[in-house]
Design a protein around this ligand. Structure first.
Ligand SMILES: Cc1cc2nc3c(=O)[nH]c(=O)nc-3n(C[C@H](O)[C@H](O)[C@H](O)COP(=O)(O)OP(=O)(O)OC[C@H]3O[C@@H](n4cnc5c(N)ncnc54)[C@H](O)[C@@H]3O)c2cc1C
Length: 415
């Protein structure tokens, strides 16, 4: 039986542990803090085949520059002379071409469709109730410009086989009668789904633990014991752990974890906020994305969660009240009955997305360390793609042909 050590207990690490255990491996997960305490606990919980365009896409650099000048915009880069950040921004600009985006689109589509099917399987397992609902997603717009962007995306979706229905305000009202819409209209993506991320993490952890996965929490991986072209053990704050294979699932911290191995996996932590309101006066059935504001609105049981913003501000999870207010203040222009003052009573959380310059994760073996497998860098779609990433990790470990072509995801692509 192969012995696998997974570094990081977020959604990706847990899904890797699940697939590895189910395929007969002995698995240990080492987590610096508590399981799920990175980005995987209180995010928007959207599982979105409709998000087939990577963050690095044509027009994003100009949009980012425009947004940077507004203190309440959804995107912000904290000005600083950090060589890693400057290199990342350069690589991001290089990746934001139509050629590279076109190549990434079918890959992201196939990964998220495969992942959604795995969510179906996970949700049908005993004890795995995590608020998984296949209710689709509404992309709402409030301006002519937003309409143009949303309709363009809907056309692109249809061209690659993802169903998208354009709706005016009456159409929105029909599909979600309990909500009073102030948006101009929207696009409905019936193939999307959502869930409650904290429940997912909790239930999956309990399931894999019962299946025999061992968890070592409050223990930070500090380094590696190496052999020629491989790794024999990790050193941690709680001793040394040997294994046959190692999975790097450290989210935004992954580049720091492998720094001593001199591996180049460029990534920036992209801070986002969520605000969760219990028993709101309006509780839709279908989650929504507010196009111009870049805010997600997700129903989770008796709660409503609003999530958004992307701040490249380093490893800083402090709450910027001005940005949170801007996030909440954007909602009434799309949805009636949800005033910003009411929403301010919600619980605020900040998480760091692991953002790669080309918007694609790193999945695969490293060339110089043949028993170290990357499973990280999923940026805004780490919950969507966690199950397929876990499956791919297991396929790699067992030497099977991966069910998704991993060429564009090679962890050495920035060497
Ligand atoms: C506001 C917001 C909303 C989002 N909404 C969505 C959404 O709707 N849909 C979607 O698909 N994605 C969404 N995301 C993105 C998603 O949350 C992430 O992509 C995903 O959680 C990443 O999972 P992960 O397991 O790679 O990383 P993490 O969950 O961050 O896990 C990494 C783990 O590694 C641990 N770790 C770090 N260093 C060490 C070390 N040295 N030793 C041991 N352990 C270590 C950390 O403590 C952490 O628990 C959102 C993110 C944010 C911030």
């Amino acid at each position: 039986m192969k012995n696998i050590l997974v570094i990081g207990g977020g959604a990706v690490g847990l899904c890797a542990a699940h697939s590895l255990r189910a395929s007969g491996c002995s698995v240990t997960v080492v987590e610096r803090g508590e399981i799920g305490e990175g980005a995987s606990l209180h995010n928007a919980g959207l599982i979105v085949p409709s998000h087939f365009v990577p963050l690095a896409a044509p027009g994003m650099v100009m949009l980012g520059l425009r947004w940077m000048l507004r203190p309440d915009s959804p995107f912000y880069i904290k000005p600083r002379l950090d060589p890693d950040l400057l290199t990342w921004l350069w690589q991001f600009a290089q990746a934001s071409t139509s050629g590279r985006t076109e190549r990434a689109i079918p890959l992201l589509r196939d990964m998220s469709i495969a992942s959604l099917a795995l969510y179906d399987e996970l949700a049908s397992m005993p004890g795995m109730e995590f608020g998984f609902r296949r209710n689709g997603l509404l992309m709402l717009f409030r301006t002519g410009h937003g309409r143009e962007g949303s309709l363009g995306m809907a056309r692109q979706a249809s061209n690659i086989g993802i169903e998208a229905r354009v709706l005016d305000r009456d159409g929105l009202q029909e599909i979600e009668p309990g909500v009073s819409f102030t948006a101009l209209g929207g696009v409905y993506y019936p193939g999307d789904a959502h869930m409650t991320p904290a429940l997912f993490v909790d239930r999956l952890r309990a399931h894999v633990e019962k299946e025999g996965v061992r968890f070592v929490s409050s223990t930070r991986v500090t380094g590696f014991v190496t052999r020629p072209s491989g790794i024999t053990a990790v050193t941690t704050t709680g001793g040394t752990y040997a294994a046959d294979e190692f999975v790097l699932a450290g989210g935004a911290w992954s580049p720091l974890i492998v720094r001593s191995l001199r591996l180049q996996i460029p990534m920036q932590p992209g801070k986002g906020y969520s605000v969760t309101v219990r028993n709101p006066p309006v509780l839709p059935r279908i989650p929504m994305l507010l196009e111009e504001a870049r805010v997600a609105v997700t129903p989770m049981g008796d709660r409503l969660r609003l999530s958004g913003t992307m701040e490249l501000a380093g490893f800083d999870t402090s709450i910027n009240a001005r940005r949170v207010r801007a996030l909440l203040g954007s909602v009434p222009a799309y949805l009636g009955g949800l005033g910003a003052r009411l929403l301010e009573k919600g619980e605020i959380w900040a998480g760091l997305r692991p953002c790669t310059p080309d918007g694609l994760p790193f999945i695969g073996r490293f060339r110089n360390y043949d028993n170290l497998i990357a499973a990280t860098g999923h940026a805004m779609v780490g919950m969507s793609l966690a199950p397929i990433t876990g499956k791919l990790v297991a396929e790699i470990v067992h030497g099977r042909v991966p069910s998704i072509d991993l060429h564009l995801l090679r962890p050495d692509r920035y060497r």
